[in-house]
Design a protein around this ligand. Structure first.
Ligand code: SAM
Length: 242
């Protein structure tokens, strides 16, 4: 199934954006009559058929529209300090998008070794992961935020700060409540500073552990994201998977 991203699809999409048109016609060599799937990044999934294979503006007709495709009753906002190695953060966001995430904020922490992010590149990786995993919702990538500003501006409940410092930390799978809007904080290679941990806890974020292993930041982001999904899956009554 070939999936294309059409952010401007209001109602029944008729023309693919230029980049997607080129991929459809030049790379995949699709022709009129071929079936494709479009997603608009806002929950809309469209089963379509190619009507005019123009590499600059491929025309399609919509056969079926599915609204709120894959909508969940919980959301995840991952605030994570960019790793020194860009590719590790890119890998983390790709995997979290495949698992299912709703918002991402790169965090600038006291121990951050990387103080900039390539937003456009990250955006492309997230879009590709959304398509590859057949999702219709595109995670929101927020601009890089200073940790203190993020903590000040973000409602803490339910929010969890994952850290490796000494102190009480509940396992995330026990602390996390299902069917809520969750904010997860993951620190840099040097971890959060004691002052940053204190600030988050004072604001109402709960300190959590992701297990006994000391995970790399990018691994921690994925584990935290998947743990929230698992908590919600266990809480959900058994429904046969389609
Ligand atoms: N420098 C820290 C140390 O030596 O213990 C490790 C920091 S770790 C590489 C980067 C981030 O991953 C941490 O700030 C935390 O958010 C998260 N993390 C890694 N392992 C974790 C665990 N077992 N429990 C909670 N958070 C963890």
């Amino acid at each position: 199934m070939h999936i294309f991203y059409t952010p401007l699809a209001n109602g029944a999409p008729r023309v693919l954006p230029p980049g997607e048109s080129r991929h459809c016609v030049r790379v995949l060599r699709l022709v009129p009559g071929d079936d494709i799937t479009l997603v608009d990044g806002r929950g809309g999934l469209y089963h379509c058929r190619v009507t005019r294979a123009d590499p600059d503006a491929c025309e399609v007709t919509c056969i079926e529209k599915i609204e709120q495709h894959g909508k969940r009753d919980f959301s995840i906002h991952l605030a994570i300090a960019p790793t020194k190695n860009n590719e590790r953060l890119e890998w983390c966001l790709e995997k979290c998008t495949e698992i299912g995430i709703d918002e991402i904020t790169p965090l600038l922490c006291e121990h951050s070794e990387r103080k900039t992010v390539h937003r456009e590149r990250l955006e492309k990786i997230i879009i590709a992961a959304m398509k590859q995993s057949c999702k219709a919702y595109l995670p929101t990538l927020h601009p890089l935020a200073a940790y203190r500003d993020f903590i000040r501006d973000t409602p803490p409940a339910p929010g969890y700060i994952a850290h490796c410092a000494p102190g009480d930390r509940r396992p995330l799978h026990r602390a996390c409540t299902p069917a809520t809007a969750v904010t997860l904080l993951v620190g840099p290679e040097g971890d959060f500073s004691p002052a940053e941990i204190r600030l988050a806890i004072d604001r109402g974020f709960l300190p959590v552990s992701l297990g006994d292993s000391r995970l790399r930041a990018e691994t921690a982001g994925i584990v935290a994201c998947h743990t929230v999904h698992l908590v919600n899956a266990i809480a959900r009554p058994d429904t046969p998977s389609r």
